[in-house]
Design a protein around this ligand. Structure first.
Ligand code: BES
Ligand code: ZN
Length: 590
């Protein structure tokens, strides 16, 4: 096993932290968390121990006996943060660090009451993937270093804490007006899965293993949208084998959550943009659930192997979809994915490193090179393996893969070795070398055809020849139908065409954010003024990068709306998550 991750200062030859006891106190007025971390080592050691930190203030480091030991915080690297080196005496089994986070901690977003659904209480949440855990706790911030933990978190008594861990007792804190919540995580996790949220958070049970958490004002919609969670859990177990994390709860986040979902173990985080009111976006829940196996049990060794997490998970997500809704639904979902893939590959350019499956991301910022390639090229590769060996054999392979690597983190090379051993000859047969190590999309990528897909794409492709969908029929199209159709339309239409679409199908008023975003992109590219207000309001309602990035790019890319882009950004940037803000600033500067 390699001991180095290019995105961490961790050196596993020095030693390995096996478990942590965390005692954290949240202060909303200073936007800081003050904490003490006890680190239990896998083996007694002495000498330097390097940890990752970002913007942390370190007050003290102590050894087994509680004596202060020397530490040294190196100058910060803009991507990696600062290496913290603690000099440990021989025979150290446990050491501890006192620290305080920065108000700018990259993993944390502190929300004012006005940014929540209830409007009365502040809110705090974490988002550690890919390399932000180090801004909350000093740690060996690489997926190679899994750990278990106990955590107590002290917060103002009117608020609740939820954590990606098993909840324990709640107890009055030593300080007036504060409460302490206790958690334990008995299954070992990579640091990027450390997660919690603090706010006015309610709960509702949805099944024997699942509870929905969210602000009380969001509960009814959330509980309805995801009511079928238990059915998904059973479908996923069918593919992968037993669910090993005891509970599958989820938290519906405030709108500024920058992702669609995050697979925090025992407590998936979900964007409220999934609340379409018709369960049409629950695939994201299926995706995060599937990560319970591919990602959380079997974990990428570093961001270079990210496709192992996401490619397998998209494959599983679509198997769950096939199981619950049939082959046509899978074919539309794969087509939407392929559109996204081609767009991502296009924007990287032919031959780009970032269109390989295994990448070399050293020196780069994972938030910056994040794309759909590991997801959708990964999906196509896994689907090709499945198609080539047949479902029965492939399912057995996947179960064995999960079993073999459960609770470990593996590299792409280790995957290739396992593939060769378990399915000899298949790698050569499908051209795995090209898929994994060469850029672009190999010619043997599987295609998921369906008559409906052909019909919808045919209609859209005929647009410039004057072909139009039958209005009565299209008014009854499913949300996936609409996405396929809009994605296949020319990127830029005439104002009359835009007006025809908007008048007949009320696209500006779309409640499904995927459709709305696809539509607004076309409308902006087409300088269709009646869509400007809706674009501006939408960009003030959501913080999910999947929508912010294309819409700001479209606004900024069109001379007629460039000033609007700057106005809308200036008005809303304060409410966006740090990662989103940084990503959007790139659009304005580039
Ligand atoms: N683990 C990812 C989110 C992530 C990746 C956060 C990298 C930070 C760095 C999560 O499982 C995910 O892929 N979410 C997708 C949804 C999915 C259906 C493709 C998203 O956020 O849109
Ligand atoms: Zn994912």
């Amino acid at each position: 096993m390699s001991h180095r991750d290019p995105h961490s200062y961790t050196d596993l030859n020095q030693g390995r932290v096996q478990s942590m006891d965390l005692d954290l106190t949240v202060d909303f007025s200073s936007k800081t968390i003050t904490g003490k971390a006890d680190f239990h080592l896998a083996k007694a050691m002495g000498g330097p121990m390097d940890l990752d930190t970002r913007d942390l203030t370190i007050q003290a480091a102590r050894d087994n006996a509680g004596n202060e030991v020397e530490f040294e915080l190196a100058e910060a690297d803009s991507v990696l943060g600062s290496r913290l080196r603690v000099n440990l005496p021989d025979g150290t089994e446990k050491f501890s660090i006192d620290f305080t986070t920065s108000p700018e901690a990259s993993a944390l977003q502190w929300l004012d009451p006005a940014q929540t659904a209830g409007g009365k209480h502040p809110y705090l949440f974490s988002q550690c993937q890919a390399i932000h855990a180090r801004s909350v706790i000093p740690c060996q911030d690489t997926p190679l270093a899994r750990f278990t933990f106990n955590c107590s978190m002290t917060v103002p008594e009117e608020l609740a804490v939820v954590m990606a861990a098993a909840p324990g007792e709640k107890s009055p804190a030593g300080k007036a007006g504060m409460t302490t919540f206790n958690f334990a995580m008995p299954q070992s996790i990579p640091p990027y899965l450390f997660a919690f949220a603090v706010g006015n958070i309610a709960s509702k049970d949805l099944g024997p293993r699942s509870t929905c958490y969210t602000e009380p004002e969001m509960m009814e919609k959330s509980a309805w949208e995801f009511a079928e969670v238990d059915k998904m859990l059973l479908a996923a177990e069918d593919i992968f084998g037993p669910y090993l994390w005891d509970r599958f709860d989820f938290l519906v986040m405030p709108p500024s959550f920058p992702y669609g979902g995050m697979e925090n173990p025992r407590l998936t985080f979900l964007t409220p943009t999934l609340l379409a009111g018709d369960r049409s976006l629950v695939n994201v829940l299926a995706h995060e659930l599937a990560h319970s196996w591919t990602g959380n049990l079997v974990t990428n060794a570093s961001i270079n192997d990210f496709w192992l997490n996401e490619g397998f998970t998209v494959w599983a997500e679509r198997r769950i979809l096939e199981n619950l809704e049939g082959l046509e639904a899978k074919s539309l979902s794969a087509a939407i994915g392929r559109n996204g893939l081609l767009e991502a590959m296009n924007s990287f350019g032919k031959g780009s490193e970032f269109t390989k499956l295994e990448i070399n991301g050293e020196g780069g910022d994972p938030d910056e090179f994040y794309s759909l390639v590991p997801y959708e090229k990964g999906f196509l590769f896994v689907a090709l393996l499945e198609e080539t060996v047949g479902r029965e054999k492939f399912d057995a392979f996947v179960k064995k893969y999960i079993d073999h690597f459960a609770f470990t983190s593996l590299t792409t090379a280790e995957f290739e070795e396992f593939l060769n051993k378990e399915l000899p000859g298949v790698a050569d047969q499908v051209g795995a070398e090209e898929w994994i190590h060469q850029p672009d999309l190999p010619a043997n990528a599987p295609v998921f055809a369906s008559a409906r897909l052909e019909m919808l794409e045919g209609l859209a492709k005929g647009w410039t020849d004057g072909i139009r969908p039958e209005v009565n029929e299209a008014q009854n199209w499913s949300p996936e139908d609409w996405q396929i159709f809009l994605q296949a339309l020319p990127k830029c239409l005439t104002s009359e065409d835009c007006a025809w679409l908007n008048d007949n199908f009320l696209l500006n008023e779309q409640g499904n954010c995927e459709i709305l975003c696809n539509w607004l992109e076309i409308a902006i590219n087409s300088s269709f003024e009646p869509a400007y207000d809706r674009t501006a309001s939408f960009l003030g309602e959501v913080g999910r990068m999947k929508y912010l990035k294309p819409l700001y790019s479209a606004l900024h890319g069109n001379e007629n709306t460039r000033a609007l882009a700057a106005d809308v950004f200036a008005k809303n940037a304060g409410g966006y998550h740090f990662i989103a803000k940084v990503g959007l600033e790139k659009i304005f500067s580039g």
